[in-house]
Write a protein of this length. Structure first.
Lengths: 209, 171
C-alpha cells in the first residue's frame, strides 16, 4: 500500500486529548450550566486558542478577532442554560464565533480595500527560482498563502480555515459552518480551487493545492 | 494507464489526501498514482500545501484568555448588581417587583394564551354584540377594538390560572 505522510486532522493539534477530554468537558459544562464560573473559565482557557485561530483568519484585523473571541465566550456564557448538548460544546462555541465574524466581515468588507488576486499574483510574488534559500522560500510561500486566503470570500475562508488550516474533520467543520456535509464539501472544493488559482503563479504547475 | 482512470484519480486526490475515500476508491486512486507521474506530483503538491496551510495556525495573543475571563467576570458582576438592585428596591414595592417578575416569566406563554384569548374575545363579542361583527356597516377598527377589549379578561384569567397552578405545584 502506498504511504504518504499526512497528519490526521484532529482537534486543536493535540491540545486536547480528545477521548479523555470529552467526559471531563461534560462535567465542566454541567457545572458551568449551574452557574459555576470557575468551570467556565477552564473552558475559556481550553477553547480560546482554537477559536481565536479560526476567527483571526475571518476578521479584518487581530483586534477584531480578539473582540469576536470575547463576544463568542460572552454569548456562550449567557446562552449556556439554553445549550441542550445536541452539539458538542466546542462546535456550538465555534459556530457563535464564526457567525459573529461573518456578521462583522459582511459589515466591514465593502469599506476595506480588497486585495485583488490578479494584482497579488503578478507583482508581489517572487519567482521561486530566484529564491536560493529554502527558508526564505517558505516564508514567501506562507505570505502568499496568507494573502490568498485573505482575498477569498468569507464563506470560502470559513471552509478552508476550518478544514485545512485548523484541521477539523469534515463533519465537525460542516457543523460549525452551519452546513450539511455535502454542501460543505462543495464549498471547500470551490475555496480550494480559488486558492489554487491565486497560488498558480507562485508554485510549479501541478503542485498547487 | 487509461484516461478514465486518470480522470477518476485526479478528481479524488484532495479527498484521498483528506482520508475521505471509501476503500475501493482509495485502492483505485493508489493504483493509478503509482504509475502516473503527473498525479504523483499533484498529490505531493497537495500534501505540501496542506502542511503549509496547517502552519498558518495562529497562536493566542498573550493575556487574551485573562481578558476574556475578566470580561465575563464584569458581565457576571453586572448581572449580580442588577439582581441585587432589584431585590433592594423590592421591599418598598413588593407587588411591583412581583408583577414585573411575573410578567417576565409569563411573557413566553403569551404565544399560547394570546391567540386563545383573542378567539374567546371574538366569541364573547359575537354573543354580546353580534351586530358589531355582522352588521351591514361593519367598521373593522371598532370591531377589532371590541374584540380586543373582550379578550383582555380571558387573557388575564388564563395567566392568573397559570400563576396559581405554578404556585400550587411549588407548594
Amino acid at each position: 500500500m502506498m504511504t504518504i505522510a499526512i497528519s490526521a486532522p484532529g482537534l486543536y493539534r493535540g491540545r486536547i486529548a480528545v477521548d479523555a477530554g470529552i467526559c471531563e468537558e461534560e462535567a465542566l459544562l454541567r457545572r458551568a450550566r449551574g452557574g459555576d464560573r470557575a468551570a467556565f473559565d477552564v473552558l475559556v482557557r481550553r477553547h480560546a486558542p482554537g477559536l481565536y485561530a479560526v476567527v483571526v483568519r475571518l476578521c479584518e484585523s487581530p483586534q477584531d478577532a480578539e473582540e469576536v473571541t470575547q463576544e463568542a465566550f460572552l454569548r456562550a456564557w449567557r446562552g449556556l442554560p439554553g445549550f441542550q448538548g445536541e452539539a458538542r460544546f466546542f462546535t456550538w462555541l465555534y459556530r457563535i464565533g464564526v457567525n459573529e465574524a461573518r456578521r462583522r466581515s459582511a459589515r466591514a468588507r465593502p469599506a476595506l480595500p480588497v486585495v485583488s488576486l490578479d494584482a497579488y499574483s503578478g507583482a508581489e510574488v517572487v519567482d521561486r527560482r530566484e529564491q536560493p534559500h529554502a527558508r526564505a522560500e517558505r516564508v514567501e510561500l506562507r505570505r502568499a498563502l496568507e494573502r490568498a486566503i485573505g482575498a477569498l470570500t468569507v464563506e470560502h475562508r470559513v471552509a478552508l480555515v476550518l478544514r485545512d488550516v485548523e484541521g477539523f474533520s469534515t463533519a465537525q467543520a460542516a457543523d460549525i459552518a452551519g452546513l450539511g456535509e455535502a454542501a460543505f464539501k462543495s464549498r471547500l472544493h470551490r475555496a480550494r480551487a480559488a486558492l489554487r488559482e491565486a497560488m498558480a503563479n507562485h508554485r510549479p504547475p501541478g503542485a498547487a493545492a | 494507464m487509461t484516461f478514465a482512470a486518470h480522470r477518476f484519480a485526479a478528481a479524488r486526490l484532495g479527498a484521498y489526501r483528506d482520508g475521505e475515500l471509501a476503500a475501493h476508491e482509495r485502492d483505485r486512486v493508489e493504483a493509478h498514482v503509482r504509475g502516473c507521474a503527473r498525479c504523483r506530483g499533484a498529490l505531493a503538491g497537495l500534501v505540501e500545501c496542506g502542511r503549509e496551510l496547517r502552519s498558518l495556525h495562529t497562536e493566542l495573543p498573550d493575556g487574551l484568555a485573562d481578558r476574556i475571563i475578566a470580561r465575563l467576570e464584569a458581565d457576571t458582576g453586572e448581572t449580580r448588581l442588577r439582581v441585587v438592585g432589584a431585590a433592594e428596591t423590592a421591599p418598598s414595592r413588593p407587588w411591583a417587583a412581583g408583577l414585573a417578575a411575573s410578567w417576565r416569566e409569563q411573557r413566553a406563554h403569551l404565544r399560547v394564551t394570546l391567540p386563545i384569548a383573542l378567539v374567546v374575545g371574538l366569541g364573547i363579542t359575537a354573543v354580546k354584540d353580534l351586530e358589531t361583527l355582522t352588521g351591514g356597516d361593519v367598521d373593522i377598527a371598532s370591531a377589532c377594538v371590541v374584540c380586543g377589549s373582550n379578550a383582555l379578561v380571558p387573557l388575564a384569567l388564563l395567566h392568573l390560572g397559570r400563576l396559581l397552578a405554578v404556585r400550587a405545584r411549588s407548594g
